[in-house]
Design a protein around this ligand. Structure first.
Ligand code: C2E
Ligand code: CA
Ligand code: CA
Length: 760
């Protein structure tokens, strides 16, 4: 009975070994080959053992014994081979191995000699379980065989021992487990040898060892190793990490995480409470969750990102097996974000809102308070450029900061304010909060002092009351700015956007829209005002634009020239007037060949067109004598980009045009400037020297001016001559040419021609 049982166990072992061998054969790992060889080598010995146990005949039993001996020999050789590979022992001495394999070879030879010499064993019939059984009677060769076997066993043990002693703790398990199973089967085998019981069951242990080796070397995952590595990685992470078991108890936390909660290493049990205390939103979370939390106030405020994950056993009924929480300190990122956001919305110099953000805030404020009437105030420093020029940038910046402080200081609820740029600010506030008296008081004596520098600045404010229809903040602010423009050249502090300004804007839009048509239909055309010599005879004319509007009637240039100078369309008007003048001159070439026409060139023209190209083109087109087309420029032209403009003027002069300096004496002109003027003729405006005939000093200045102009080789012309005594006086002073109502107003071309004939 026992023999059948043992036989059955051995057959099962054999099947297991064969199966494992097959699996190892198809495995791609490098260690699979030695494993496969080892498993294959175990098959003969196990088969042999089984044969011995079940045999009742001497012959089959002896075959079993031979299989067993040869098999054992092979097992240990391949076990040794496996041990070297598994333990990664590469530096063994080849000569030792040679000796060992020689011993193994010799052993095999002496076993094969046994049928002839019975040097290893003989079989003896005994009865077990009522049946014949051929047990083994060992001879000397058997002990030689044992010696070889134990030699290999010892070598295998050495290899493993050495590996275990030199390995890191976490790796030891994979060697110890195999070593133990080898030792157990060794002992099992030895017990059988020593006790010399007839039924040998030790092959079962070899089979078990084989299967274990198969499993450990091919399928076993080093759990300790994994968890150790993961723990190490987790400890290195910047996050605070906490692992909880299914009951919510903390089972592990990284060092940073423990520190973060102010705990000691052995206080893991307090983790849960601490976390709930500091992050109440964490309590009772039983699903994956992430969120943001913060602690503290002001500069000490810290931000955290919390992430909680539930671990479910996906292999087994999806039961929750634990939870892990990671907390990341995002304070630095958050601060950086906040600074960036702040910088994107605020002006660096003053800390007020910048223009873009101000617009957005005003929009929001108006949208959120539809019942309140608001106004926008445009705040500007008069002649701020001078502050920079005279006192330097630093003082300029300081001034801006001081104004910003003043604005902030008087702000109440619902006030939105910011810096538009440069020296301009904007305040949006409910109308009833605006206190003009107080503001007037504040800014009537606004002094900026820094170190030894002190400066009074003139702050001016334009105010626009927002109506419910207004939507575009930039238009509102623009209207406040327009209100301010009305007081720009005064010392007033506050100006309101009025109906007048509104009408003017409507007007400007209207005439701008009509301009192209007005030019095409010649609603706009030049009137000619005669210019006379000392005898009162006309020598030429100034072309002055008039707009004879089909509905609005006669319009003087004061109504439209400033509008077009602001929006740049003056160049269309001038181009048109110049062309008309060229046409007239071309007609006059036969009728009035001596007369010239002076045309006005706006300072704006220099920016938006090529004046030389334009004038030169007309001269060519109409075949004019350039001397007949005079060009009037103002001193204002000479204020900026001097060189560029001088180049243009120079070219025109070279072509033969006379350059006239218009409105001399109206601006900043001085006697000194005369020498730098590229002009051939200076036009002195009588209106600016008001009542020169009654004022002795003015008369002296006028006389000297005329004298100087003449002695500098230029021609003097007075315009605005209204009386005969003016004319006589100026002629006595030496003035050469005259223009004014005293002679004629600007006249339509035909009337001008009549005028000329009447004088002649
Ligand atoms: P302006 O170039 O100084 O022209 C002289 C202005 O004085 C003219 O006014 C003329 O009518 C006026 N005037 C002439 N004699 C007298 C007088 O005895 N007493 C007084 N009080 N005024 C007199 P107007 O025609 O209304 O032109 C005004 C300004 O408009 C001109 O001043 C000129 O700067 C500008 N302007 C006129 N036409 C044009 C043009 O075609 N192009 C450009 N760019 N500007 C023009
Ligand atoms: Ca003029
Ligand atoms: Ca003038």
């Amino acid at each position: 009975m026992i023999r059948y049982f043992l036989f059955a166990v051995l057959i099962i072992s054999l099947t297991a070994l064969t199966y494992c061998a097959y699996k190892a054969r198809t495995n791609d790992k490098p260690i699979a080959k030695p494993v496969w060889l080892l498993l294959m080598s175990a098959i003969p010995a196990v088969l042999g053992s089984a044969l011995v146990i079940i045999s009742r005949e001497q012959f089959t039993s002896e075959i079993g014994h031979y299989l067993y001996y040869i098999g054992m020999n092979a097992i240990l050789a391949y076990l040794f081979n496996f041990a070297l590979e598994y333990c990664h022992i590469a530096d063994y001495k080849k000569s030792y191995v040679m000796v060992m394999f020689a011993a193994m070879g010799a052993n095999a030879v002496q076993i094969l000699l046994n049928p002839f010499f019975h040097n290893v064993f003989e079989t003896k019939r005994i009865v077990i379980g009522g049946a014949d059984y051929y047990t083994r009677v060992p001879h000397l060769g058997h002990y030689v065989h044992l010696a070889v076997i134990y030699l290999f066993a010892a070598a295998v043990l050495l290899v493993f021992m050495r590996k275990i002693m030199t390995s890191a703790r976490i790796y030891i398990e994979r060697y110890i487990l195999i070593l133990c199973s080898i030792i157990i089967s060794g002992i099992w085998e030895s017990v059988y040898f020593i006790a010399n019981t007839p039924l040998d069951s030790s092959m079962v242990s070899f089979a078990i060892t084989g299967v274990l080796i198969f499993y450990f070397s091919l399928y076993y995952k080093p759990v300790f190793l994994l968890s150790d590595m993961l723990q190490r990685i987790a400890s290195e992470l910047a996050e605070y990490l906490y692992f909880f078991d299914e009951a919510g108890e903390c089972i592990w936390a990284n060092e940073k995480g423990i520190d973060f909660l102010g705990l000691k290493e052995d206080e893991l049990y307090r983790v849960c409470d601490e976390i709930e205390k500091r992050f109440p939103q964490m309590s009772g979370r039983d699903e994956d969750w992430c969120g943001i939390s913060s602690e503290g106030e002001g500069d000490n405020k810290r931000y955290y990102q919390l992430e909680s994950h539930i671990n479910e056993d996906s292999n087994y009924r999806d039961l929750v097996i634990g939870r892990f929480l990671s907390i990341r300190d995002t304070t630095d990122e958050q601060r950086k974000l906040e600074t960036e956001r702040y910088n994107a919305r605020h002006d660096k110099l003053t800390g007020l809102y910048n223009k873009e953000y101000l617009f957005k805030r005003i929009e929001e404020e108006l949208r959120d308070n539809p019942g309140v009437t608001y106004q926008v105030a445009y705040v500007d420093v008069n002649e701020f450029k001078l502050v920079n020029d005279i006192f330097g940038r630093e003082f300029g910046d300081y001034t801006i900061q001081k104004i910003a402080k003043w604005i902030s200081s008087r702000m109440q609820e619902h006030c939105i304010y910011g810096r538009l740029g440069g020296d301009t600010f904007c305040v949006c506030e409910p109308v009833d909060q605006f206190n003009p008296t107080r503001i007037n008081d504040d800014i009537s004596d606004f002094v900026v002092n820094k170190g030894d520098k002190e400066h009074h600045i003139l702050i001016q404010i334009g105010v626009y009351e927002i109506s419910p229809e207004d939507t575009d903040v930039s238009i509102m602010i623009d209207r406040a700015r327009m209100a301010l423009a009305n007081i720009k050249r005064t010392y007033s502090h506050i100006a309101y956007y009025t109906d007048e300004i509104k009408d003017r804007i409507v007007w400007e839009q209207q005439i701008s829209a009509e301009l192209d048509r007005a030019i095409a239909e010649r609603q706009i055309r030049p009137y000619l005002q005669p210019i006379v010599n000392q005898e009162g005879k006309p020598v030429g004319a100034e072309a002055l634009a008039r707009w004879i509007h089909p509905k609005k009637g006669f319009m003087s240039p004061a109504d439209f020239i400033p509008v077009f100078e602001r929006n740049g369309r003056i160049i269309d008007v001038d181009r048109h007037i110049w062309r008309c003048s060229a046409e007239i001159l071309s007609e006059w070439s036969t009728t009035h060949p001596d007369l010239f026409i002076s045309v006005n060139i706006s300072p704006i023209d220099f920016y938006y067109m090529d004046i030389y190209e334009e004038i030169h083109g007309l001269v060519e087109e109409f075949g004019l004598d350039p001397v007949k087309l005079r060009l009037e420029i103002t001193e204002q032209v000479m204020m900026s980009n001097l060189e560029e403009k001088l180049a243009v003027i120079d070219k025109l002069k070279k072509d033969g045009h006379l350059i006239e300096m218009d409105d001399f004496g109206s601006g900043y002109s001085s006697f000194n400037m005369l020498k730098d003027m590229p002009a051939d003729l200076i036009k002195i405006d009588m209106v600016f020297l008001n009542n020169a005939e009654n004022n002795k000093k003015a008369r002296i200045i006028l006389e000297r001016l005329i004298g100087m102009i003449e002695s500098l080789g230029m021609i003097s012309l007075t315009e605005g001559v209204e009386t005969d005594s003016q004319f006589a006086g100026l002629a006595r002073m030496g003035c050469k040419l005259f223009q004014g109502y005293h002679f004629a107003k600007p006249l339509p071309v035909d009337e001008f021609e009549e005028y000329c004939s009447s004088i002649a």
